[in-house]
Design a protein around this ligand. Structure first.
Ligand SMILES: CCCC(=O)Oc1ccc([N+](=O)[O-])cc1
Length: 299
């Protein structure tokens, strides 16, 4: 891992990194915010700082959320680190949308492992996000026997739009092994198999076989995952979001959880007047931060 830049922000630092990924066979960029507690002498030696992973939406790089979501204030308030990964592999050697559209290919990896060529060469975003990246960050930051940051055990996941889908999908797929302690989403695509952008991505990355799609689709996964403990999922969505009716359809998730162990434990908060932008995300980040801080045992 190479540190590209360190930026002072709030009481901590945003570390911009790049590294060679085994999963994507490309160089990947990732931003990590280390909160003020990381730099404090008072941190009890045995307690590691938990992390919240934010998966961004279509077209985004690690910088969009780092600059516009205002997570850093909340990370300092509760004492968690933030991880902002990229949304796809990139580079001249990485196939993208044949028509050059922004909803597939570069910046639109949909956080799945592609099985279809030419995408299967590089678009292994599920393995990258949920397996390789946490291990790589752990090795980089927790050197010399001093483990101050927890990238693998006490971790929450959230995301926006395509990234909200990625968060829900990763949380539910890893649920039996308690991969993530907490999950939330901002304007997520909840049922990609049923909406145009999801269908385009799944067809391109996973092929025509619908059974492969179900293995990533939150509305299918949640029916087969038995909820335990006090787990809840928190979702915000703006009623002025231009993608609401065609691509997001949060009512499909509420329909899917009916008569399951999740009924009443998936909270979809439709908020008046908000659109799909980072103005919307940053407004509700404090509520999501508090939700994750509780689930990570910070409050
Ligand atoms: C259904 C929407 C899929 C998606 O990820 O859309 C996005 C559109 C715009 C942005 N953005 O401007 O950051 C992000 C996601």
């Amino acid at each position: 891992m190479k540190v590209v830049k360190e930026v002072f922000v709030c009481g901590g630092k945003l570390i911009k990194l790049s590294h060679k990924s085994i999963s994507t066979k490309t160089s990947m960029n990732v931003n990590v915010y280390l909160p003020k507690q990381y730099y404090s002498q008072d941190l009890p030696r045995k307690e590691r700082i938990p992390t919240v992973v934010f998966l961004s939406g279509l077209t985004c790089t690690p910088d969009n959320a780092s600059e516009k979501a205002f997570w850093q204030f909340q990370a300092d308030k509760y004492g968690f680190a933030m991880v902002f990964p990229d949304t796809s592999p990139r580079g001249d050697e990485v196939a993208s949308d044949p028509e050059g559209s922004w909803d597939f290919g570069h910046g639109a990896g949909f956080y799945v492992n592609a099985t279809q060529e030419p995408y299967a060469q590089h678009y292994m975003m599920y393995d990258y996000i949920h397996k390789e990246l946490p291990q790589t960050l752990d090795s980089h930051f927790n050197k010399d026997g001093v483990a101050k940051l927890d990238f693998q055990d006490n971790v929450a996941i959230t995301g926006h739009s395509m990234g909200g889908f990625g968060a829900l999908s990763g949380y539910l797929r890893g649920y039996s092994e308690k991969r993530y302690k907490s999950c939330s989403a901002f304007a997520p695509i909840v049922n990609p198999s049923k909406v145009p952008w999801g269908q385009k991505a799944f067809k391109g990355y996973l092929g025509d076989e619908r059974a492969q799609w179900q293995a990533y689709d939150p509305c299918s996964l949640i029916k087969n995952v038995r909820r335990t403990g006090d787990d809840k999922i928190l979702i915000h969505i703006g009623d002025a979001d231009p993608f609401l009716e065609e691509h997001l359809k949060p009512e499909l998730l509420l329909e899917a959880v009916k008569s399951t162990s999740w009924q009443g434990h998936v909270q979809v908060k439709k908020v008046h007047g908000f659109d799909h932008s980072y103005y919307f995300i940053s407004t509700f980040v404090p509520e999501h931060a508090e939700f994750h801080a509780k689930n990570l045992g910070l409050i």
